[in-house]
Design a protein around this ligand. Structure first.
Ligand code: AGP
Length: 607
């Protein structure tokens, strides 16, 4: 939901750094983009609708020059994606420029008040009130720092803000609440951004800002304080050096980030396995689960599908039922959780607002919360009692791929440990689970190698279809749901996943000759799956079997996408990659950019 960047350099022109950063943040939104720099004592703004590559040229971003600047890539919430609504927004004098990620809930009241005081607005955005509010406060306060603080205190809602002011040309002011913002400490330049990859080429030394924090950066200085209490933050004490390398945030020779990230899964799984094998937080989380009265799991999108796998693993291994719910439906649970209950919140970004709201609700009721995320110190882990991290590295493609399988692996380990602590499985059985989990990376590698060639051909055929079902049973159902989400998100083909047995209760009505039905061959349910294949065949469906070569099913199928054999709990690692590749190659066949699907943003920080 919008990406922001700010660069304050000692010398030179920051425009190329801002453009580079915006390109890395484009996954957060790409309907318009803009930039502002201070040159001399003037703030210059260029902005427009469209993808960054296009806007940079069309609006002449590179004609600007300055050593302090801010940039924005937008995913529209208030106001259509057009040139005027693109950020940065300025005050009446044009000396204050603001970029913002989030939603200012009280913007209508603030706007009314400011208009009554004579401020002239040019956009339909909520963001523009921030520029005018600072301008208004500046008239009263005299000092920009205080004017900025007072303005921030009046904002309700979520915000990550970066502000330029012509009167202080070497500074970028910032504030953060409920939207991510990170400071990067470089040599001769400091950075602000919504996400680390934006400046990863220049520094790995970061401070992840917390809610309520505000301050400024110059090329030499970083000042942070709590805007509501005035308390200063010990900046050196908060600096962390992250292990991500710049190449992790680059395409590495692949045509798209998504393909690179699919191929990176074996590496991501290996790192996650070894990272979590001796992780104290995982052990603590498992203990909490083992002693929990009731267990809930919540998430959105892909992370929810991982949550369903957790449900499966907990039932199979620990004999515990887990109530899985879509995070945006958290209000169902008002008044429900108690002190003995545990919520597991899964979010690769750690910033999804729906999931964060669910976490807050459960905490208010006294429940304990465990977070599983891919982003260190992001909002959800920070607000949870225990945080576990996958080691997928930065995921730039908007459609999640490597983060799903690393979540699945972390959840298998978590369920295994919870089962062991509660005495449900023996030490030897746990050792078997660990040994199987240690092979997840190899299984994913084989799945990619054996399926990719076939999938390329199948994708050409599939790209001409308008609908599909992806069916399976047991552990295959969450995998099918994830596959259907991938197909919808990036190839825009309508795909639905169902438990195969459920299809005859309604969905089968849509089947007509040539309708594609994919079956994920999970070993425990082959007999029943065969029955479902026959039902579909009898109605003329084109059956695509995905999985190991099971002759009883292949004899009834039209197409086979191969996948390797896998032990029962590890089927997500062999059956997911072929579906990810199918979505990817179908999107490419149709001429779509899989990294930037329409209408989507990678991190959804609005409700
Ligand atoms: C996945 O491909 C999606 N883009 C989306 O469904 C995503 O999984 C969802 O928004 C949740 O994100 P999170 O894991 O960062 O919370």
């Amino acid at each position: 939901m919008c990406g922001i960047i700010g660069v304050a350099a000692q010398k030179g022109n920051v425009v190329p750094l801002i453009i580079g950063g915006l390109k890395r943040l484009e996954y957060r939104g790409y309907d318009s983009a803009g930039i502002a720099v201070v040159s001399g004592s003037t703030v210059s703004v260029r902005k427009g609708a469209g993808k960054i590559e296009h806007v940079v040229v069309a609006k002449g971003f590179e004609e600007l020059n300055g050593s302090t600047g801010i940039g924005h890539t937008r995913w529209a919430t208030h106001g259509a994606p057009n040139d005027i609504n693109a950020h940065p927004h300025t005050d009446c004098t044009g000396s204050i420029a603001v970029v913002h990620n989030g939603i200012i809930k009280n913007y209508a009241e603030l706007k009314e008040e400011l208009v009554a005081r004579g401020h002239r607005f040019s956009s339909e955005t909520d963001t523009e009130v921030i520029a005018h509010l600072i301008e208004e406060e500046l008239r009263r306060q005299g000092s920009f720092r205080h004017a900025f603080q007072e303005a921030v205190k009046r904002l309700e809602g979520s915000f990550a803000i970066a502000v330029l002011y012509s009167g202080e040309p070497d500074r970028i002011y910032f504030a953060k609440k409920d939207s991510p913002l990170v400071v990067g400490l470089g040599r001769g330049a400091n950075f602000l951004a919504s996400d680390i990859p934006a400046f990863l080429e220049h520094t790995r030394r970061v401070i992840v800002l917390r809610d309520g924090e505000a301050g400024w950066i110059t090329s030499q200085e970083v000042h942070i304080e709590n805007v509501y209490t005035g308390e200063s933050v010990d900046v050196p004490g908060r600096v962390r050096t992250i292990s991500w390398s710049p190449s992790m945030a680059a395409k590495g020779g692949y045509p798209h980030f998504m393909l690179k990230e699919i191929h990176e899964q074996p590496r991501a799984l290996r790192d996650t396995f070894y990272g979590l094998s001796s992780d104290e937080s995982l052990a603590k989380a498992a203990e909490l689960l083992a002693g929990a009265e009731r267990i809930y799991v919540t998430a959105a999108g892909t992370s929810f599908h991982a949550g369903l796998l957790f449900d499966y693993y907990m039932l199979r291994l620990a004999g515990r039922t887990v109530r899985a719910f879509i995070a945006s439906e958290y209000e169902w649970f008002k008044g429900v959780p108690g002190r003995g209950d545990v919520l597991l919140a899964i979010s690769q970004s750690g910033e999804t607002m729906d999931t964060l709201k669910a976490v807050r609700l459960f905490k208010e009721h006294g429940a304990r919360v465990i977070a599983l995320s891919n982003v260190y110190e992001s909002a959800i882990p920070r607000e949870s009692g225990i945080a576990i991290y996958t080691r997928a590295g930065p995921e730039i493609g908007v459609a999640a791929s490597k983060t799903f399988l690393t979540q699945a692996l972390a959840l298998l380990l978590l369920a295994g440990h919870a089962a062991r602590i509660s005495g449900r499985i023996t030490r030897d059985e746990m050792a078997e689970i660990m040994s199987a989990a240690s092979k997840a990376n190899r299984l994913a590698q084989r799945a990619i190698s054996v399926s990719e060639g076939v999938v390329r051909t199948v994708a050409k055929w599939f790209s001409k279809k308008g609908n599909a079902y992806i069916l399976s049973r047991g552990i295959g159902v969450p995998i099918a749901m994830e596959g259907a989400l991938k197909v919808k998100e990036i190839s825009y083909i309508h795909a639905e996943a169902y438990p195969a047995g459920e299809s005859k209760h309604g969905p089968i009505a849509l089947i007509e000759p040539g309708f594609p039905v994919f079956f994920l061959l999970v070993d425990q349910h082959l007999k029943e799956l065969k029955g479902n294949v026959m039902e579909m065949k009898a109605r003329g469906a084109t059956v695509v079997a995905v999985g190991p070569p099971r002759s009883e099913i292949l004899s009834e199928s039209d197409i086979h996408i191969p996948a390797p054999e896998a032990p029962p709990l590890l089927e997500p690692f062999t059956l997911t990659p072929p579906l990810q590749l199918l979505a990817y190659y179908t999107a490419v066949s149709l001429g779509y950019n899989p990294d930037k699907p329409r209408n989507l943003a990678k991190t959804v920080t609005v409700e």
